[in-house]
Ligand binder design. Structure first.
Ligand SMILES: [Zn+2]
Length: 315
């Protein structure tokens, strides 16, 4: 296991495009446990940049459920009004655009007007093959996405909390991604840019996220390198295995996974979620376990040993 950063700064980053479900709670609790155990700083960031998907009830749901789960945090919006007045990412587009301008200046991005169906037809993998790379389309014309050029032989280093025997994993970028979109056709900066910009703003040095976001991490590390943001490049990551549903499928909001709201309505208690986390971490707890009891018993090195066994990681 790698050492956690001194003066750890981490965040939880829900997206208000659906009701929070057990998978979100799980990831947030893991983050909270590490932040509190190390006396680090925990920031709440809400990714509401995509106004086509954001809904007020989902925003309310975030605050209600963080409260239900007992998860406190050190910075970020205290409630819905505070969020709307001071923290909405929709007010930050100029800040994100600065990073995009920097990429334009460095000649790292280009405009692309290919439709989704055209891209689908042109490659079996569905990957974008760089059709617009040298077309010099105008960045400011309507209906163009901005894409970043991915070099063919570029290796990206990722510092993983539990990368066994190899503290820094190296990944060949072109195997992970095509020339990905950094600004969408609707002119909204892409998630990769926003996430990086927000983490940069908060000096985040430790990120807990599910394994499904590992490829996003690689993309963001490449952006950080391109934009010369060494702080984020040095961040430590924990890409935890995902909690699966009874059919062994990933819990996703879109598939109608059990929401925390539904659990509350059924009269279920948050200790059921703490128990699930405890089981995952290899901690034995009572049925009515509280969050503070979980925090008291949580020990990262002991949990690491448990992971080795459970997820068949080889030492
Ligand atoms: Zn194109």
């Amino acid at each position: 296991m790698q050492n956690l950063p001194k003066n750890l700064r981490t965040r939880i980053a829900p997206t208000p495009s659906g009701f929070l479900h057990i998978g979100n709670a799980f990831s947030f609790i893991l983050t909270w446990l590490i932040a509190r155990k190390t006396k680090g700083h925990l920031h709440l960031r809400i990714d509401d940049s995509d106004s086509t998907r954001t809904r007020l009830e989902y925003l309310e749901d975030i605050f209600e459920n963080l409260n239900w789960l007992g998860l406190d945090y050190d910075s970020g919006a205290k409630n819905l009004t505070d969020f709307q007045q001071n923290y909405s990412q929709k007010d930050q587009f100029l800040f994100y655009q600065k990073l995009l301008n920097e990429l334009i200046k460095k000649n790292q991005i280009y405009a692309c007007n290919c439709s989704r169906s055209k891209i689908k037809k042109s490659s079996l993998s569905g990957k974008y093959l760089g059709f617009c790379q040298n077309r010099n389309l105008d960045f400011n014309s309507e209906n163009v996405a901005w894409r970043i050029r991915i070099p063919t032989q570029k290796w990206i280093s990722v510092s993983e909390l539990f990368e066994i025997g190899n503290p820094t994993k190296k990944v060949l970028l072109s195997e992970i991604t095509d020339d990905f979109v950094v600004r969408r056709k609707d002119k909204i900066p892409a998630y990769q840019i926003i996430s990086l910009a927000e983490d940069m703003k908060e000096n985040i040095n430790f990120v807990v996220r599910g394994k499904d976001l590992e490829d996003s991490t690689i993309r963001q590390l490449f952006l950080a390198e391109t934009l010369n943001l060494p702080h984020f490049q040095k961040a430590l990551f924990w890409h935890h295995p995902l909690i699966l549903d009874q059919k062994n499928e990933k819990l996703a909001k879109s598939k109608g996974a059990v929401s925390l709201q539904q659990m509350q309505k059924k009269g279920q208690n948050s200790s059921e979620i703490y128990q699930l986390v405890a089981k995952y971490l290899g901690i034995s707890v009572s049925e009515n376990v509280t969050l503070s009891e979980l925090l008291e018993k949580f020990n990262l090195s002991e949990s690491e040993a448990h992971f080795m066994e459970k997820f068949h990681l080889i030492k």
